[in-house]
Design a protein around this ligand. Structure first.
Ligand code: L34
Length: 245
């Protein structure tokens, strides 16, 4: 909904990924003036359409729309973002079909790099419903010892310097400096901050961090594309779950 420039890039990347792997995707680009009722009516139409496996509403939505009401309107069986409370609850218990795309992408990067989370000190900076909270749960399911830090955390650098695996998801450009990182740590940068028309940076100051960390993800070209890849995985899962006889 609306004209958020970042959303336009992200949605485009999702559509391209669908095209690339052979998933039909349909974009409903709703004008800013659309009412919440109209948006929810569209979601309900898609909920009831057997030819639709997965639904997502790209966030953020404009101010006059209640994000929670929109998320709640999506059929949990088609909720490929895993934002619906039913799916959030299932992530807590560990019995889930859909994993939120960004945290899932982070886990995939960790696994594919041969990094064992078990017993490690994992520090997640950021506590959003979309990244920080589910991220912490996924690391916990892999037997990490998880600390969640946020804007009210005292002695933040002390906490981050203790991390074997550090996930930065605060949304502040270059927030984590090299001296806040333990030598040899794995650093995952979830932030995407546009600091100039053509300059994207993460939440980690890459230059000062790269020589301290044993492994670090870049921005762009790090977690962002993984978010898109995990959406494809969830959508395939949704197609299997919603298969009509
Ligand atoms: N409903 N809203 C919903 N689901 C999501 O999973 C998202 N997210 C976040 C924002 N809102 C959402 C995304 O899709 C972030 N996000 C996302 C998706 C794709 C990319 C980054 C974030 C991405 O493709 N990043 C590339 C290009 C960045 C650019 O050029 O701007 C990268 O290399 O990081």
């Amino acid at each position: 909904m609306g004209e958020d420039p970042a959303s336009q890039v992200y949605v485009r990347n999702k559509k391209l990924a669908c095209e690339y792997i052979g998933i039909n995707s349909f974009e409903y680009l709703l004008p800013e003036s659309t009412t919440q009722k109209e948006l929810i009516e569209l979601i309900e139409k898609l909920n009831n359409d057997d030819t639709v496996s997965g639904i997502l509403c790209q966030l953020p939505v404009p101010e006059h729309i209640n994000e929670e009401a929109v998320i709640n309107a999506i059929d949990p069986k088609k909720d490929v973002d895993a934002f619906h409370p039913v799916n959030v609850g299932r992530i807590m218990t560990g019995n889930y079909d859909f994993v939120p795309c960004t945290p899932a992408g982070v886990m995939e990067l960790i696994n594919e790099s041969g990094i064992d989370v078990s017993g490690k000190e994992c520090v997640v900076v950021g506590r959003s419903n979309i990244v920080g909270k589910p991220m912490s749960m996924l690391l916990l399911h892999k037997n990490g010892t998880v600390t969640i830090c946020h804007s009210k955390t005292q002695n933040l650098a002390e906490k981050t310097r203790n991390a074997d695996i550090l996930v930065a998801a605060v949304g502040i450009a270059n927030f984590i400096k090299g001296d806040m990182i333990k030598p040899g740590a794995v650093v995952i940068d979830v932030g995407i901050n546009r600091i100039a028309p053509k300059v994207l940076v993460g939440d980690v100051e890459f230059e000062s961090a790269k020589d301290v960390a044993a492994a670090i993800t870049p921005v762009p070209g790090g977690v962002g594309p993984m978010t898109v890849a995990m959406l494809m995985k969830n959508t395939l899962k949704a197609a299997e779950i919603n298969k009509t006889k």
